[in-house]
Design a protein around this ligand. Structure first.
Ligand SMILES: *Cc1c(COP(=O)(O)O)cnc(C)c1O
Length: 422
């Protein structure tokens, strides 16, 4: 946060280290090169095989830069559907054909989905669709998927239909750096990420791309090389962005150094243990989680069996000072009334919580559900009436006080009582 708020924000430096459109960048060049080196080191990548661009302003611009670099307008892509846990930038459009994301406006996107019976990605259907649709790129990665990614299966399908394979590891890039999830680099051509989620850095984005020799396709001569590097660098700047945000790049260099150390590995192991503890505690209370558990940092809670919507859960939790977010679960009738909620472990793990503390969180969540259902019974299901039943309700005040007392017993990084007193 110190690097993010530093004088690095004041310098313009369009271009790349050693090839800038502005003078006076000797130190900025050092910062960006250090950031690139640390990015490759954090993921144990060999410089002769992988390169990285650390200039994307955030995750969505990073993805748009990849598409701009490697696709032509209206080329075909396939990403995980938004209601299945994918991200908007993977090509979402609504059931009645409204193109919501720039990715679906400029490219032809056909989503793949989860298997409704298991909540896992349906690879058989993905393969069948891909063989018919012949996408130029398949995108894996998501924002609300509680399981790891089976890269070998994606690669096999991509090879069968002649597609490039991109992994957007935004949510799990911290876990991947700590080797607490499968490694995408062996199988994917491109890997993008945000840097402010489980990687715990500044809000920014990165694009990793293969470089050097590549296997020749049928009919090609030997000795072909990947051409991603210049295309991706040109797409980031000048095609889409202007001057890089050097304060972000400086802060990212700091975060990547943290991400390469043993303490970060312990942190990510604790994140996973905490997510698992939360999942088991909720399931032991009889609740339904998508895929009945988690392999990573989050749980996706299907609230439909309790007769509660995700919006109501988010609303009552806001009143209790518990922050989570409503989330679609596969098979929801409408994206406007999501049937579940998504809860992540990284932030509270950074405050020092362990498994037994996450069990306590599960107790709070259980009480929130019971209260929400009580008020639904006494005041009706209509959101307006239901909210009236919560306002000024002494049970809400009591539970909120319990939550606050619990939360205050843990430190808040970057926000100490001392800093508030100043
Ligand atoms: C968060 C996220 C993004 C977008 O990141 P922004 O920084 O919000 O633009 C892209 N892809 C995935 C999978 C994400 O979870």
């Amino acid at each position: 946060m110190e690097a993010l708020g530093s004088c690095l924000t004041n310098k313009y430096s369009e271009g790349l280290p050693g090839a800038r459109y502005y003078g006076g960048n000797e130190n900025i060049d050092k910062v960006e090169i250090l950031c690139q080196d640390r990015a490759l080191a954090a993921y144990r990548l060999d410089k002769s095989k992988w390169g990285v661009n650390v200039q994307p302003y955030s995750g969505s611009p990073a993805n748009m830069a990849v598409y701009t670099a490697l696709l032509n307008p209206h080329d075909r892509i396939m990403g995980l559907d938004l209601p299945s846990g994918g991200h908007l930038t993977h090509g979402y459009y609504t059931a009645n054909g409204k193109k919501i994301s720039a990715t679906s406006i400029f490219f032809e996107s056909l989503p793949y989905k989860l298997d409704p019976a298991t909540g896992y990605i349906d690879f058989a259907k993905l393969e069948e669709k891909a063989m018919d649709f012949r996408p130029k790129m398949i995108i894996c990665g998501g924002s609300a998927y509680p399981r790891d990614w089976e890269y070998a299966k994606f690669r096999e399908i991509a090879d069968k239909c002649g597609a490039m394979l991109m992994m957007d590891m935004a949510h799990i890039s911290g876990l991947v750096a700590a080797e607490e999830q499968a490694q995408p680099f062996e199988y994917c051509d491109i890997v993008t990420t945000t840097t402010h989620k489980s990687l715990r850095g500044p809000r920014a984005g990165m694009i990793f791309f293969r470089r050097g020799p590549r296997p020749s396709k049928k009919g090609e001569p030997e000795g072909m090389t990947y051409d991603y590097e210049s295309r991706i660098n040109m797409a980031v700047f000048p095609a889409l962005q202007g001057g890089p945000h050097n304060h972000q790049i400086g802060a990212l260099a700091v975060a990547l150094k943290h991400a390469s150390g043993p303490e970060f590995k312990r942190y990510q192991q604790q994140v996973k243990a905490n997510a698992r503890a939360l999942a088991s505690a909720l399931m032991s209370k009889g609740y339904k989680l998508v895929t009945d558990g988690t392999d990573n940092h989050l749980v996706l809670w299907d609230l439909r069996p309790c007769g509660l919507t995700g919006s109501k859960m988010e609303t009552i939790c806001d009143m209790l000072h518990i922050t989570l977010n409503k989330n679609a679960v596969f098979g929801d009738a409408s994206a406007l009334t999501p049937g579940g909620c998504r809860i992540g472990a990284p932030a509270m793990t950074s405050r020092g919580l362990k498994e037994n503390d996450f069990e306590k969180i599960a107790d709070f969540l259980h009480k929130a559900v019971e209260l929400a259902l009580e008020v639904q019974a006494s005041h009706g299901k209509m959101l307006k009436d239901w909210k009236l039943g919560l306002e000024g309700n002494p049970a809400v005040d009591t539970l909120r006080a319990e939550v606050e007392a619990f939360a205050e017993s843990f430190p808040m990084p970057g926000f100490t009582r001392e800093s508030v007193d100043i």
